[in-house]
Design a protein around this ligand. Sequence first.
Ligand code: EPU
Length: 426
Amino acid sequence: MEKLIIEGGRPLYGDVRISGAKNAALPLMAATLLAPGKHILRNMPDLRDTRTFVRLMENLGVESERSGDVLSLDTTNLLHTEAPYELVKTMRASVLVLGPLLARFGKAKVSLPGGCAIGARPINFHIMGLERLGVTCKLEGGYVDASIAGQMKGNVIYFDIPSVTGTENLLMASVLAEGTTVLKNAAREPEIGNLVDMLNGMGAKIEGRDTDKLTIHGVTHLTPADCSIIPDRIETGTYLIAIAASGGAGTVTNCNPAHLPSLLEKLRGVGLTITETDTTISVGWSDHAKKQQVVRSVDIKTMPYPGYPTDLQAQFMALMALSTDTCVINETIFENRFMHVAELHRMGAKIRIDGHFAVVTGQGLNGLNGAPVMATDLRASSSLVIAGLAASGRTEISRIYHLERGYENLVDKLTTLGAKVWKEQE
Ligand code: EPU
């Protein structure tokens, strides 16, 4: 296993280029199962999770070829319709093959993902929605065994809570259903807009992109896709926060500022200047904040998009640990997403947890010290990287395979910004 070493306390300066979004790449790969033929996916990030998904697709019989950031997937000849436990247990998003396999073949057997570090994460909405379309789902031996005789029939499906992969699975299930399906209280994350664009490009008829009501008029067949993955808004936010926490200034390129409405407002509130173009965001400290050495504390509450993203909660907490006041962070999406707190304590952060709330008492921009810490999940790990960059001295983060699930070329990108960071064997 590898660990990451950071010699902190060096402000980051310069430009960093953002990769394609992990959480768009995975459903887009799953959607290629809907139409036989050769699909092209552009701006594909090379991550542990995208590689795992390619292995899952290859296990189904899909032929894959990668050239630079272009991935082609040939879904003409599938061998079977089963996603085994060995693959699903390493990545919950594997459940995304359920909808498209059912739509194309009328059957699919997918291992239940089980819990994960950040919470229980059930898939009851996915199953309830499929049943509304006429699918029979049997839960046996840790698998959901789903099938339908004939075609799925369109219906109205209501989500109790907007679910990102739930919305994606039911979109993919219903595009080939007979009649019209309406998804109400659907999730509106930009990754879902990316999937809607891809499916419509393949011949689907979906209305309501970027809203919480998606209307899907079923079609009889789809054609292979040629589609580009949107920039990763969570990677974008992570670098903006990292540059800010280091006390530096820089520009994040090849991103979409429109996908981060909440974070950019929060960063302005902290005392940063934010400048946007269509594809870049520049961040730096305002003159006032610089002169007074003031990092304002700002409360956040995680919410479905366009609210503040849970996937940027841990990173913002690292920045707030460097503030000059106290703030409250309310995590409303996942029940166990404060795993980074105990590690941040080791670096001198003052954070108190009470249920879904974390009260952060900032220690000032120079208030953290390097320490050996442990990565526990993907976003928790990136908050430790941010804290390590800001802290004085050496931070060693073990179990960095978590980071490699979602951040492409992290060490190279940080080095370009002037960080002193490298990997070593544990
Ligand atoms: N939920 C249910 N039942 C369901 C589905 C969801 O109760 O059947 C609950 C969840 O427990 C949670 C809430 O609904 O409380 C929202 O969960 P959602 O289904 O939206 O999460 P997800 O689709 O499993 C995706 C991302 C996560 C991200 C969340 C929230 C992908 C592949 N994963 O997960 O990304 O945190 O949406 O935005 O898109 C990450 O990238 O680090 C990551 C965890």
